[in-house]
Design a protein around this ligand. Structure first.
Ligand code: C5P
Length: 234
């Protein structure tokens, strides 16, 4: 069983998706894993930074990404054996992410990897909460459990500043808002797999909502869909 959570940067998707996986594990009596697909594109950008690629030569990043080992385990992302889950959340990586996210060769590689992770978890009897921009539209279009989690750009900027403060970083509201708007724009105009709300997704706008309320809304929606499907198949 695959649940997709798509939406723009800073909408609270990761926190919601992580808690959702935990919550579903107890509610549905089946272990659920969480997949942060943004960290995979971030891993490719980190590779480029570490190896000093020429960003105007996409083939350089493609070759690096294809020879690297990007692995996912228990909600963590590994690059050639190194846990890079936290290391990829820097401004430097975010600043170069578009070179990975806009590259069709790298996207194809990541989509394959994401489907392989889902297959492995299914074989292990586990469900998956997969979070990103294209999970419901491109990667897992057949799942009946799709959610689009969003919030206003201002709310997202406030949250991002809060996260930064927790890490001891400081930031300027207008600058963070500008970077969110720019990333939204880039994510929506990208030629391959742009950020789109899946037609059949349930939309959750998290302005003024706590994380727990958002998670609860999704859990209820998933339970209702499951009940409906079970009664139809009987
Ligand atoms: O979710 P996160 O902010 O870590 O994602 C980083 C970037 O990776 C996004 O801005 C987006 O450009 C890209 N991304 C993507 N497709 C995904 C997940 C992330 O293009 N499925």
């Amino acid at each position: 069983m695959i649940i997709t959570i798509d939406g723009p940067a800073g909408a609270g998707k990761s926190t919601v998706a992580k808690r959702l996986a935990k919550q579903l594990t107890s509610v549905l009596f089946q272990p659920f894993e969480y997949l942060d697909t943004g960290s995979m594109y971030r891993a490719a950008a980190l590779l480029g930074l570490r190896n000093g690629v020429d960003w105007n030569e996409p083939a350089q990043l493609e070759t690096l990404a294809q020879t690297a080992k990007i692995e996912i385990d228990a909600g963590r992302t590994f690059l050639n054996g190194e846990d890079i889950t936290d290391a990829v959340r820097t401004k430097e990586v975010t600043g170069k992410i578009r070179y990975a996210a806009d590259n069709p060769v790298i996207r194809r590689q990541m989509v394959e990897l994401q489907r392989a992770v889902a297959k492995r978890y299914a074989e292990e009897g586990k469900g998956l909460v997969s979070e990103g921009r294209d999970q419901g539209t491109v990667v897992f279009p057949d799942t009946p459990f799709k959610f689009f989690v969003s919030a206003s750009p201002e709310e997202r900027a406030r949250r991002r500043l809060g996260e930064m403060a927790q890490r001891g970083e400081t930031g300027d509201f207008d600058e963070v808002l500008k970077s969110i708007n720019e990333r939204d724009y880039r994510d929506s105009v990208r030629e391959v797999a742009p950020l789109r709300e899946p037609k059949d997704a349930r939309r959750i706008i998290t302005d003024g909502m706590t994380i727990d309320e958002a998670v609860e809304t999704i859990v209820q929606s998933v339970s209702m869909t499951l009940t409906l499907r079970q009664s139809v198949s009987r």
